[in-house]
Design a protein around this ligand. Sequence first.
Ligand code: ADP
Ligand code: MG
Length: 309
Amino acid sequence: MGGDGSSEVRRSRLLLGTVVEITALGPDRSLLEGAVSDAFAEMERIEQLMSPHIEGSDVARLSKAETPQPVSPETATVLRLGLHLAAQSDGAFDLTLGRLKELWGIEGENPQVPDSHSVEDALRGIGPQALRLEAPLVVKSSPELQIDLGGIAKGYAIDRAIFLLADAGIEFASVNAGGDMRLLGDRGGKRPWRIGIQHPRDPQRLLTTLEVEDVSVVTSGDYERYFEQEGRRYHHLFDPRTGYPATACQSVTVVAPSAMLADALATALFVLGPEQGIPLLQLYPEAEALIVDSSGKEHQSANFAEYRL
Ligand code: ADP
Ligand code: MG
């Protein structure tokens, strides 16, 4: 509650496999409450289109299909950027890893290291060429290809929520989906948002704190979703070249105007690592990144330091 009669509405919901928190600030409490509810409903709508686990979603339908399938314009938008990034990253970013992800069971009760034959089998036919968008149709190169938008769809959902909040006349808001966020305006009253970035190896400590407004901040880390087997850590960001979790990084934080771009870039850079990742990042002058490599060393793009407190 601000001293100037302004209110803050903060609500959380379980969506997109994570806790989504929306905060909105402004003078008109009922406007804030209505807009926050609408923003949640919008994110749920996107989940219904893009979750692989929801029967009848665009993604579930595509994965099942043996013939080209029409998808919604929004799924096409997400696929378009995803496929673009797949090509630009030489396949490090890959929307066709559905079978591999399923094989590792990374989101299930019993994740485990699969045998190498199954890994090879799950990688068969995947890659940037395996999927073609001829909007509204999507064409798979082989029927068994399984689509996974897990590295990009959450970002798009965040963008849509921010769009609705802004459209409702809200000036200051944040949408935080499990640490992936986008800010609308500043924190009201000319204070920037302060975003703590978790240290990838010490949960008690922050890696850094960012001061930002009107941008998206997304982190991909190997500590977010993982299991341990025989003393080794296996996480949810796969290197399509090996079929195993990518080993070049501990975490990647991207600041970019759109959460969809930040989300996809964070995943792509995580797989590529700093050497190959920085050249990819240079294709997106509107994006900045902080990469912590596997030894814990930090690499940041030219202007990232300007966001650091
Ligand atoms: P989170 O969902 O934890 O924020 P990310 O945005 O980094 O994490 O995306 C992780 C998800 O991206 C995985 O759960 C999987 O669905 C998908 N994914 C894994 N590896 C890749 C890859 N190489 N390219 C594209 N998507 C991937
Ligand atoms: Mg991502």
